[in-house]
Design a protein around this ligand. Structure first.
Ligand code: ADP
Length: 193
């Protein structure tokens, strides 16, 4: 199994690059943002509980997303590997993920961290809000709150994986194809190892 984390702040291009990476490498895409939005669309109790946090740009409580990822792993026993997008977002989530993967006899191969400046992120998200139908992309205050949650709680997750020498920083500005090539180069090097 080959499992990777695509890491980075909101708007850094994780969704766009994930789509390309899963099709090239045959990985199962696990995006906690997408999973949560589908729970909301289905009006499930989990979705209803998550919505109030998401609308404010805050992180959903760890136990909710950890449980969701745990089920997703169990529901995909045939996967060649997983691409985690938007997860883990706290150190507690990173520890929980390590445990879940260990139980399955596997681990994270690499964390690819996309780097984009705050101004560029806000610009991209406001622009995405024009067409995405995502209410959290329309209000600049919510966008700034998400960025602040990222800095307060999520950026530390890179240090967690740095301790295991698993983090590679990739410039997330410039053309989409070029960024994709940089990501593929890192993955190919690890698949060949
Ligand atoms: P973005 O990266 O653009 O912020 P996502 O689709 O990944 O978008 O996430 C949208 C929202 O869903 C987040 O602002 C947060 O409220 C919630 N969320 C997604 N993943 C997690 C997670 N791993 N832990 C806690 N909350 C999460």
């Amino acid at each position: 199994m080959f499992n990777l984390i695509l890491f980075g702040p909101p708007g850094s291009g994780k969704g766009t690059q994930s789509e390309r990476l899963i099709s090239k490498y045959g990985l199962k895409h696990l995006s906690t943002g997408d999973l949560l939005r589908s729970e909301i669309a289905g009006q499930t109790p989990l979705g209803m509980a998550a919505k109030s946090f998401m609308d404010k740009g805050q992180l959903v409580p760890d136990e909710v997303v950890i449980e969701m990822i745990s089920s997703a792993l169990d529901n995909n026993p045939q996967a060649n590997g997983f691409l985690f997008d938007g997860f883990p977002r706290t150190n507690a989530q990173a520890e929980a993920l390590d445990k879940l993967l260990t139980q399955k006899g596997t681990e994270i191969a690499v964390v690819l961290a996309l780097e984009v400046s705050e101004n560029e992120l806000v610009k991209r998200l406001l622009n995405r809000g024009l067409t995405s139908g995502r209410s959290d992309d329309i209000d600049e205050n919510v966008i700034r709150a998400r960025y602040s949650e990222y800095q307060k709680k999520t950026s530390a997750v890179a240090d967690y994986y740095k301790n295991y020498n698993k983090v590679i920083h990739i410039k997330g500005e410039g053309d989409v194809d070029g960024i994709f090539e940089s990501l593929c180069k890192e993955i190919d090097a690890r698949l060949a190892a």
